[in-house]
Write a protein that binds this ligand. Structure first.
Ligand code: FES
Ligand code: FES
Length: 182
C-alpha cells in the first residue's frame, strides 16, 4: 500500500510499489488528463507536479513518491483558470491537445517558482514533444501566464471549451437530487 496525496485527497494505492505513477494516476484514480506518450521520460506528456516540481510521472514509481503531494491537470485549478490555462486559451496554443496537460503542468511549476522567467528558462521548462507544432507560440504564452500570475496583465475572459463551470455546478443538484416519492 502506497500513501500519497493526489489533488489534495489522501490516497492509498493497492498496487505494486514499482508501478509507474503515471499508470496509478490513470488506471486507479481515473485521472486521464495525465497522458502517456513515450513511457521513457522523453516526451513530457505525463508531467505532473510533485511537491512543487514538474516530474515526468512515467519515470517514477509509487515507491519513489510515497508521502508526496501530487497535483495533476485535474487538480491544478478548480475552474480551469490557472494563469497558464488562461494564457494558453487566449493564444489558442492547443491543437490536438494531447501534449497540453503535461506542458501546462511544467509551465505552472515554472511560474510557481520564478515570477519572471526568461525565455531560455521557459524553453527549458516546456521542452516537451508536440507533434502539432505549437512550440512557436509556447514561449510567448508562458511569458504572458507569468505576467498574469504577477498581476501585471489581465486577459478578458474567454469562453472555456467543454462544460461551463457554472452550468456544471447548476446541473449537479438535478443529477443527484433524490427521486420524489409519489
Ligand atoms: S510518457 Fe512520460 S515522458 Fe513520455
Ligand atoms: S497539441 Fe497536439 S501533440 Fe501537442
Amino acid at each position: 500500500m502506497t500513501r500519497l496525496t493526489v489533488n489534495n485527497q489522501p490516497i492509498r494505492y493497492a498496487l505494486a510499489p514499482d508501478t509507474p505513477l503515471a499508470h496509478a494516476l490513470r488506471d486507479a484514480s481515473n485521472l486521464t488528463g495525465t497522458k502517456i506518450g513515450c513511457s521513457n521520460g522523453e516526451c513530457g506528456a505525463c508531467t505532473v507536479d510533485i511537491d512543487g516540481r514538474a516530474v515526468r510521472s512515467c519515470t517514477v514509481t509509487l515507491a519513489m513518491v510515497e508521502g508526496s503531494f501530487v497535483t495533476t491537470i485535474e487538480g491544478l485549478a478548480r475552474d480551469r483558470d490557472h494563469p497558464v490555462q488562461q494564457a494558453f486559451l487566449a493564444a489558442n496554443v492547443s491543437q490536438c491537445g494531447f501534449c497540453i496537460p503535461g506542458i501546462v503542468m511544467s509551465a505552472a511549476a515554472l511560474i510557481g517558482r520564478e515570477r519572471d522567467p526568461g525565455d531560455d528558462a521557459i524553453r527549458r521548462a516546456v521542452d516537451h514533444h508536440c507533434r502539432c507544432g505549437i512550440q512557436p507560440r509556447l514561449v510567448d504564452a508562458v511569458r504572458r501566464a507569468a505576467a498574469l500570475a504577477r498581476g501585471d496583465e489581465r486577459i478578458a475572459p474567454v469562453a472555456r471549451p467543454g462544460i461551463d463551470a457554472e452550468e456544471a455546478a447548476a446541473a449537479v443538484p438535478a443529477l443527484v437530487a433524490p427521486a420524489k416519492a409519489d
